[in-house]
Design a protein around this ligand. Structure first.
Ligand SMILES: [Zn+2]
Length: 94
């Protein structure tokens, strides 16, 4: 059995297992890894650690970019392009 410190952490799942002797014991399993994903396309974000074992410092939960840790670089770039092109179109049509 893992020590108490390892049993109470967030990334653990309790599984009740019936032994051959008839007892029910608790097994502790790691939950499936829960990667941060892009809010737009759902792609797994790079450069970000999972925080299911212990709270992480902020620098490991996001990348230093606008919407870093929330939106991937491709979606951010395409959104910026859309906004800039819309502004440019609005300016040229005046
Ligand atoms: Zn994306």
């Amino acid at each position: 059995m893992p020590s108490r410190r390892l049993r109470v952490r967030k990334g653990i799942r309790r599984v009740f297992v019936r032994t051959p002797g008839g007892r029910t014991v608790v097994h502790y399993e790691d939950k499936r890894p829960n990667f941060r994903r892009c809010a737009v396309c759902g792609e797994v974000l790079h450069g970000i650690r999972r925080d299911d074992e212990r709270p992480l410092p902020k620098s490991q939960k996001r990348v230093s970019r606008y919407h870093g840790g929330n939106v991937c670089h491709r979606c951010l770039e395409s959104r910026i392009r859309e906004v800039v092109m819309a502004e440019w179109a609005a300016q040229t049509s005046k």
